[in-house]
Write a protein that binds this ligand. Structure first.
Ligand code: FAD
Length: 377
């Protein structure tokens, strides 16, 4: 792995990060903490796309269904999230509100599979009876046929998380250029030496692409078929008093997420709609119906907002993390699909380890970007 020359007072940046979402900001933060000079280039406002729009559940939805590479990143991050939230709070003055609600999965019919998965991965998974379910979540409407309880799953208030990250980056002295769309690569003899933007050129020892759903467009013409595509997700949020809903609840692929201040999110849709972020009345109605079926008291709660975001979809939801297979100096950290909030810290750590040339804390092979048409090993 080639490592950029260490910073000296008059040298350029060690690395540019393209995209100021959660993934780009977490990666820049890790590198800055290792002493690298890093700069983020963001097309619009940092943290305003998928990372703002997401739900912030710190787990894949049915973890036993997730591919192993997703599980590995999720579990690593879960073990570090609480401390990360505390550090970000201290550095920025903004509390990202890590909230240990647990996750109660209803009517999956997969209790045994869940239990074995939990045993094999060292994650607590319980199969509560009806009485225990009612105790865990008194706000539930109909009794579920079966339930899986994962007490260690937390959620985080992702809009606050991205604001806290911005504060942390300012604290670390990482420049963040907003309203600066990257339009092309600066190439020299098979090497990427920087980027073209609408505000001029930036050069650096390396470039990290963390452009979320837009990464595929940026990769077009670099010789790899990243297969990153936007997948729209719509959500609504209700206003309730704190503590009325206690747990992350999941049934038939839809979920409810309580925040500490009483807000309750309900999501989400999975739609192939290109880069269109408009919301639809039909999806709004469906989400409200699903939520009130699960928790009848939500029927009396006002819906405060309805929005849509674009997940960076990738084959099987496994992100691409590592060096571009053909262009030296270009690195990827993208394609986190439905699990970018939970996988983010581990992805940032893995790419940082790779860039530092250290033994990696996570096995990198499954995430390695490959040349067009090749399968990952
Ligand atoms: C409805 C919904 C619910 C979700 N729920 C969860 C959940 O509960 N748990 C979970 O773990 N994950 C969840 N996710 C997924 C998670 O939000 C994403 O995987 C994650 O936010 C991706 O982060 P990112 O930084 O890659 O992308 P983004 O946040 O989209 O950031 C990419 C950034 O790159 C910038 N960019 C793009 N092109 C350029 C360019 N040319 N030049 C400069 N900048 C550029 C964009 O403006 C953007 O700011 C959810 C997503 C949605 C939409």
């Amino acid at each position: 792995m080639t490592q950029p020359a260490p910073s000296s007072p008059d040298s350029g940046d060690d690395c540019l990060v393209v995209g100021g979402g959660l993934i780009g900001m977490l990666t820049a933060r890790e590198l800055a903490r290792e002493g690298w000079r890093v700069r983020i280039l963001e097309r619009g406002e940092a943290g305003a796309e998928s990372s703002w729009a997401g739900g912030g559940i710190l787990s894949p939805l049915y973890p036993w269904r997730a591919p192993e590479p997703v599980t590995r990143l999720a579990i690593w991050s879960q073990r570090h999230y609480r401390a990360l939230a505390e550090q970000l709070h201290a550095e920025s003055g903004i509390d990202p509100e890590w909230y240990d609600t647990g996750m109660l999965l209803l009517d999956s019919g997969e209790g045994n599979r869940a239990r074995y998965w939990g045993r094999d991965h060292g994650v607590r998974v319980e199969l509560p009876d009806a009485e225990r379910v009612a105790e865990l979540e008194p706000a539930l409407g109909a009794r579920p046929r079966d339930a899986v309880w994962m007490p260690e799953v937390a959620n985080i208030r992702n809009p606050r998380l991205v604001r806290a990250l911005r504060g942390s980056l300012a604290h670390l002295g990482v420049p963040l250029h907003e309203q600066t769309p990257v339009t092309g690569w600066l190439r020299s003899e098979g090497r990427i030496e920087g980027v073209e933007t609408e505000r001029g050129r930036f050069e650096a020892g390396c470039v990290i692409l963390a452009g979320g759903a837009w990464s595929g467009d940026l990769l077009a013409g670099t010789g790899i078929g990243a297969e990153i595509r936007p997948v729209r997700g719509q959500m609504v949020v209700f206003r309730m008093s704190p503590g009325r809903v206690r747990r992350v609840l999941l049934r038939h692929d839809h979920y409810i997420i309580p925040r500490r201040d009483g807000h309750v999110l309900a999501g989400s849709t999975l739609e192939e709609a290109g880069f269109d972020k408009t919301t639809t009345e039909e999806a709004g109605r469906q989400l409200v119906r699903m939520a009130t079926d699960l928790v009848p008291a939500l029927g009396n709660a006002p819906v405060e907002r309805h929005w849509a975001g674009l997940r960076p979809g990738s084959p099987e939801g496994v992100p691409l993390i590592g060096p571009h297979p053909e262009l030296a100096g270009l690195y990827l950290n993208t394609g986190h699909y439905r699990n970018g909030v939970v996988m983010g810290p581990a992805s940032a750590r893995l790419l940082t380890d790779l860039l530092m040339g250290w033994p990696t804390r996570l096995e990198p092979t499954a995430y390695r970007p490959t040349a067009a048409g090749e399968r990952k090993d």
